[in-house]
Write a protein that binds this ligand. Sequence first.
Ligand SMILES: [Zn+2]
Length: 88
Amino acid sequence: MRVVKTECSCGEPILIEINAKQTCRIDGKRPFYPDQGLPDGCSPNEYNVNGICVFRCRKCGKVIDDECPEAALGTRINIDTIIEWSAI
Ligand SMILES: [Zn+2]
């Protein structure tokens, strides 16, 4: 896992995984907390801690994308790379 170490503007430490396999973001970044665990009640058999994606900072409540430059929304999918495909 390749990560960038950064923090929110309020000082909350944040790590950002690059080219994440599981993320809610189309640019492949996955912001998460260094001490992140599964939320209470979530079974490790059903949920993967490496799939948790932070949207708002847990300390100040601001949107992470806006508060740390490393988390800013990156390259979107280029429309030219979308091709027609039909299954054989
Ligand atoms: Zn914050």
